[in-house]
Ligand binder design. Structure first.
Ligand code: KIV
Ligand code: ZN
Length: 525
């Protein structure tokens, strides 16, 4: 294993992008991701040229361990990192999970603030220094690339933080992270912490200092950039800014701020930013967390110009109201793209331009769906294509598939659904009524595939404008502590709902089978 190398002459201006969507991001209440989803996300992050992928917290669960282990096997360009507390057990489990990584990193952390020392660790400053020395040394004996984090660093006494950082560096840490764990710091204050460490702690110039900012006061991105101005050369961030409580610094925002404002922030990242929109859509789909319309960079309205004055300016010169192009972040959604006469070759080229590289089977499946959609829908936009490809990728290998659905809805209840599904190719049908058409559809699914899972989330949004727009539906199910999310898109909202529920069910059953391979996990199987 080698450590994340920054050896170019201009290396001091290169900012390492450390993505924690699968670790801190997954700590967002309700944002759980399946192993398959994490593997797919890891591929997207690697294609985007993220430098470090924090893939999980191996000691936390077998699922996290497996995710870090399998991501270590498939990722070759990015560094794959696992999180560990300061104990020997955590560090060794993490080392085992990243063992096969071409570039692996152990990220170990310990709280340093008086609040955490007194209330959580019940440890003195001297105890903390000893734990840092032992944990980092142990990690370094197992891996050449070790990051140490001072949890709640921004509420730690300045002189003690300096001693902690110096201890970590002496013990062999190659990256030292200064988290604003509770989202409390202010940009100038955070910048000053880094300047102070750079000036006063021996060895800081030989390692990478890192930011890790939470967004409790809405300052995570501003703080991360201020940290870079103070001397940090790694930013920890998450796609769409997901993470514990109010989330982490949003990857897309820090990266585009560095790119667009190179005049004020003369640093660069290695990111291929045209993959940003795709990563945002994917994370939103698998977590079921919608992206707010006015979200910077990836919101639906981020490049929409509504007022007449703005539209007039845009037609004369895009620079009048646009500080970056939608194409630079992979958004081409305003373009009408293709119709039902478009061929397979054009479709494949279109997908390539949108950042999708599909294998032959997935391409055929997506192309068929595109043809079906073009028959039903007058205008097919990039967003439509992205939704149907994501849908095909999500459900392609599902053992249970929706075949036919008929729903009676309207003012006279009860609403009714007649559903036929196929389980490994065998068709089964059921009828059910419900309190509304969606309830009837979900009851019909429960009839035909009996299960005990509880519906935790049902969410619908329109992919594009117009009454013929596709509905994109996310469903989250929970059973016996396991959570699985499903999604689907269709011009028929009820069909999309049925497919999303069935996709979630497939994911749930797949997880149960993995943890108990001999068990007959569903009475429908
Ligand atoms: O916010 C935090 O302090 C963390 C650490 C584990 C790095 O997530
Ligand atoms: Zn955090």
């Amino acid at each position: 294993m080698t450590q994340t190398a920054v050896t170019e002459p201009e290396a001091r201006d290169r900012v390492i992008i450390f993505d924690t969507t699968m670790r801190d991001g997954e700590q967002s209440p309700g944002a759980s991701m399946s192993l398959e989803e994490k593997l797919e996300l890891a591929k997207i992050l690697e294609e985007m040229r993220v430098d470090v992928i924090e893939a999980g917290f191996p000691i936390a669960s077998n699922g996290d361990f497996e995710a870090v282990r399998q991501i270590s096997e498939i990722v070759t360009e990015s560094t794959v990192c696992g999180l560990a507390r300061a104990g020997v057990g955590d560090i060794e489990r993490c080392a085992e999970a990243i063992r096969k990584a071409k570039r692996g990193r152990i990220h170990t952390f310990l709280s340093t603030s008086p609040s955490h020392r007194d209330h959580i660790l019940r440890a003195s400053q001297e105890d903390i220094l000893e734990m840092i020395q032992k944990s980092v040394t142990h990690a370094r004996n197992l891996c050449g690339d070790v990051e140490w984090s001072a949890q709640d660093a921004t509420r730690t006494e300045g002189d003690f933080l300096r001693r902690c950082v110096e201890t970590a560096i002496r013990a062999g840490a190659t990256t030292v992270n200064i988290p604003d764990t509770v989202g409390y710091t202010y940009p100038s204050e955070y910048e000053a912490i880094f300047r102070d460490l750079m000036e006063n702690v021996p060895g800081c110039d030989t390692i990478i200092l890192s930011t890790h900012c939470h967004n409790d006061l809405g300052l995570a991105v501003a703080n991360s950039l201020a940290g870079v101005q103070g001397g940090a050369r790694q930013i920890e961030c998450a796609v769409n800014g997901i993470g514990e409580r109010a989330g982490n610094a949003a990857l897309e925002e820090v990266v585009m701020a560095l790119k667009v404002r190179g005049d004020r922030l003369p640093y660069f990242t290695g990111l291929e930013t045209q993959h940003i929109t795709r990563s945002s859509r994917y994370v939103s789909a698998i977590t079921g967390f919608p992206v707010q319309f006015n979200k910077a960079i990836v919101g639906k309205n981020a490049f929409a110009h509504e007022s007449g004055i703005h539209q007039d300016g845009m037609l004369k010169d895009r620079g009048t109201y646009e500080i970056m192009t939608p194409e630079s972040v992979g958004q081409g959604a305003t373009n009408l793209v293709m119709g039902k006469h478009s061929g397979r070759h054009a479709f494949r080229e279109k997908l390539k331009g949108m950042g999708y590289e599909l294998g032959q089977n997935a391409l055929n499946e997506a192309f068929q769906r595109f043809k079906d959609l073009a028959d039903k829908k007058k205008h097919v936009f990039d967003d439509d294509i992205a939704a149907l490809v994501d849908d095909a990728l999500a459900s392609g290998a599902d053992r249970i598939q929706v075949k036919r659905l008929r729903v009676v809805a309207g003012t006279e209840g009860p609403q009714q659904a007649e559903l036929t599904i196929a389980i490994d190719g065998d068709e089964r049908s059921a009828q059910a009524t419900g309190d509304g058409p969606v309830d009837a559809v979900f009851n019909a699914i429960r009839e035909v595939v009996p299960h005990t899972a509880i519906l935790r989330l049902f969410q619908v949004h329109a992919v594009t404008e117009g009454t013929d727009a596709q509905a994109q539906v996310s469903v989250r199910l929970e059973d016996d502590g396991r959570i699985a999310t499903g999604q689907a898109a269709d011009t028929d909202t009820l069909t999309a709902s049925a497919k999303a529920y069935v996709n979630a069910l497939n994911n749930l059953f797949a997880r149960k089978e993995k943890s108990a391979p001999d068990a007959k996990v569903a009475s429908g199987f």
